[in-house]
Structures are given as C-alpha cells and as structure tokens.
Design a binder for this molecule. Structure first.
Ligand code: ASP
Length: 439
C-alpha cells in the first residue's frame, strides 16, 4: 500500500504545521511519499514565500536591492529549522543562492527555491530521503511533462518501499534549466508522483475539509462533499467551483487512482474522496446532489430561423462563425428552429458585431438576439439520472422565491442541470437551490 501526500502552502507555513504533518505521516505507514509547497501564509495578511521570491526577481530586474525581501525568506525558513531543532545548513544554501542571484539567475529557478527549502527541511524532520524535482520531473521543450521518462526516473529513485520528500512546482528542461509549473503547481507534482508510483491514493492536504458543496462566500457553512466522481469534479470546476485544476487530476485520473482532499488542521475529517466511480445504491437519499457551482457574466446569443430544425448544415455554419471569431461556446440549449449559444460576455464583446455580421451573411437567420448579464448555475449530481422530479424541484424552489429562470438545460450525461438567471439573482439562486436540495 502506498499513499502519496501533497501538503500545500498553509500546511507548510510554520513549525507547528510541520509537527502536524509529522503526526499525519507517522499515523499511517503507507504514507511514504510527501510532496511539499513553499511556505504559505500563517495569517491572512502574511506573505507567501513564492510571492516574495517573484518580488525578489522583479527587484533584481530593475537593479533595486532585494536584500530586505530576501532576508524575510531566509528568516522564515531559518526560524522553522531552529524551532524544530534541525541541522540543515540553510546559511550555506542561502549564501550560495544569493551568489547565483548576483550572476543572473533565471526567474523560474529563483521562485522554485521555496519548494526546495521546504522539502530539505521536511525531509530532515521526517527522517525521509530528499529527492529533488530536478532528478525526476522532466519537461519536453514545449513545456509539457515527459511522463514516461519522469515516471521511470521516480520509480527508480524511490525503489520498492522507499520514503521520500519531494519539492513540488518545478522540474527540469532538456537543456538542464529549471522550469516551474503554473501557480499552485505543486498539486500537479503530487499527482504526477502518485501516478508514477502507481499509488493507492493521492492525498491532497490543504486547509479545508474537502471540496464544499457550494461557495462559502454565498452559502453559510456549506457541507463538504463526501464523494465525487472525476466527472462531477470536472463539471463543478467548469461551472465555477474553486476546486483543483483539471491538469492536477489528469495524471491520477488516467491511472484510476482516487484523490482524497484532506485538512491538515483537522486530520480526522475524511475530507472529499474523488474516484472514477462508486459502487453505491443509486436511490440513496444522502448525497443526492453533489454540489452547486456557478459563474456570472455570460451572454446568450439566440438565433431563430424557420425550418432550421430540419435543415442540413445550419448548425455547422453557426458554430463556424463563432470559431472563426475565436469565441468559445460554453453551452448550447436548443429549441425547434431556435438555437442559443451561451458564451462568456468578455469573450463575445470584442467580436460581437463581426459575429452578427457573419451570422447574417452565413446563416441568414430570421432573428438574432443577444442577452447579457446572465449567470449560469449548475446543480451537479451523479444520482440525478435515476431520480424523477429534480428539475421540477428546481423550478418550484426558484419560482417560490420569485427568481425568473432565463434558461434551463440538462447535460446529456444527466450529471448536471443548468439554470440561467439574471446576474443580480446569482447568489440568491445558489442559496435557494442549496436550501432546497441539501439542507
Ligand atoms: N508555491 C507555488 C505557488 O504559490 C506552488 C504551489 O504552492 O503549489 O504557486
């Protein structure tokens, strides 16, 4: 049994957090591979180490002294080391890095050092081996990860039942230079490590007890999602939920490895388990709805043309107009002889007149109508497919509250039901739906 754990910035923020991590790792012998972020915020207006390193680089660029910012980075790590009674030679490390900065360090190398120092300290603290990301996470020249080479390298380094700490967020280019992933990229490193080692589970430890069923800024104390399928996770993140980036889940999903999102500050909470599928009774009342997410600022472009439903090629012509104008289409609710395309307003706005013009000449519609200020809210749940009356409940709940539904659409996989409402009704719609389905 192997569990790969990734700890985010707040979990790595100070010595107390390191102690919590040690307890978590020691409580389960399968927890052998630990991927770490740079130290994050200890309190709300604290600094993230990665941000400070970006700032250091900007100072270097403009020839302004970065000494005081650099000292903040050094002090943070030295204080963690000293408080934990560790021996890592950080003075030597920081002096060598400073020297390198004088002679033209790359931005990516400098900002990657937060994860590097975190991993050095955590490896000593846990008594695990330090495996640098540069010794296994390899990129192609185009910036994508060379999975085959990386996976083989990590397997060889870890061996049968090795224990190791690995810095997240960066890897090596074919020319030997350090390259970073996107911001928040340690999640991806963790997923890649779990996939490389064929882990039984990828535990992503953060500061919340899993993915919440709705945005906590809108719904008071939303419940965490106990279980979600990877498809539901995709629906929720596409619809606006702040959950792990798709790139993150891709390597583990590809290998059918479950993802467990956990809270370092509440380790006994089971968090959210994400898996390809669950074997569970379909008519289970509990957990009927998985989550509710939404986004504001969509436009609905409604095109009507008599006979469109039976005509050949009209749909293609419409879609091609949007494609030629590089406007992505998010949803396409249809009627008879009428089609709506739901697109983000900010993407449509610069091309709106050209799209109208092209539609007129290519499609010759009877009418085109654009409705702005629309919010789209998705009710997501794998069990909805087996239950009658879900959309009825949505209509009833919103109708009772006087919320006007401007659009409704159900995904063909029956994983979600989408409602479009006016932007101004966005938050209230989420609250009403949460209360109707979850409370
Ligand atoms: N430290 C990096 C960032 O702040 C990567 C990470 O934490 O995942 O984006």
């Amino acid at each position: 049994m192997l569990k790969v754990l990734k700890f985010g910035g707040t979990s790595m923020a100070d010595a107390d957090q390191y102690r919590k991590i040690r307890d978590i790792v020691r409580s389960d012998p399968a927890r052998r591979i630990v991927v770490v972020s740079a130290a994050g915020k200890r309190f709300s207006d604290d600094n993230k180490i990665t941000d400070l390193l970006y700032l250091c680089y900007a100072h270097l660029q403009y020839g302004v002294s970065c000494d005081s910012i650099y000292a903040m980075v050094r002090e943070r790590y030295c204080s963690i080391r000293d408080e934990l009674g560790l021996q890592t030679d950080l003075e030597g490390e920081f002096a060598a890095l400073r020297e390198k900065m004088e002679h033209g360090i790359s931005r990516e190398e400098l900002v990657s050092r937060g994860e590097y120092f975190s991993a050095l300290l955590m490896a000593e603290f846990l008594g695990f081996r330090f495996i640098d990301a540069t010794s296994w996470l390899f990129f192609h020249y185009d910036g994508t990860v060379d999975q085959e080479k990386s996976y083989a390298a990590l397997c060889a380094l870890v061996g049968e039942d090795g224990c190791a700490v690995i810095p997240g967020f960066y890897g090596l280019m074919p020319d030997g230079k350090i390259r970073t992933l996107t911001r928040g990229g340690s999640d991806i490193t963790g997923a890649l490590a779990a996939a490389a080692l064929n882990a039984d589970v990828y535990e992503n430890w953060t500061d919340v007890s899993g993915i919440l069923m709705a945005d906590p800024r809108i719904v008071e104390n939303p419940k965490p999602i106990e279980r979600a399928t990877y498809s539901e996770l995709r629906q929720l993140s596409y619809s606006g939920a702040q959950v792990l980036h798709e790139m993150t889940v891709f390597p583990v999903r590809e290998k059918n490895i479950p993802l467990n999102i956990r809270n370092t500050n509440d380790p006994s909470h089971p968090g959210t388990l994400v898996s390809e599928e669950f074997h569970e009774p379909r008519n289970m009342q509990k957990g009927f709805i998985t989550g509710i997410a939404g986004k504001r600022d969509f436009s609905i472009v409604t095109i009507s043309k008599k006979g469109m439903a039976g005509a050949v090629g009209t749909l293609r012509a419409i879609v091609e107009v949007f494609e030629n104008n590089t406007v992505p289409i998010c949803y396409t609710p249809t009627g008879i002889d009428v089609l709506s395309l739901v697109v983000p307003t900010e993407k449509l706005a610069p091309h709106q007149y050209s799209i109208m013009d092209d539609l007129r000449s290519e499609v010759r519609p009877d009418s085109i109508k654009v409705t702005d200020n629309i919010a789209i809210i998705a009710v997501v749940g794998r069990k909805m497919a087996y239950r009658a009356g879900t959309s009825g409940k949505i209509f009833a709940a919103l109708g009772e509250q006087g919320i006007n539904i401007r659009m409704i659409s159900q995904g063909p996989d029956e994983l979600n039901i989408l409602v479009g409402v006016d932007n101004k009704d966005y938050a209230e719609t989420i609250r009403v739906l949460y209360n109707a389905f979850v409370k």
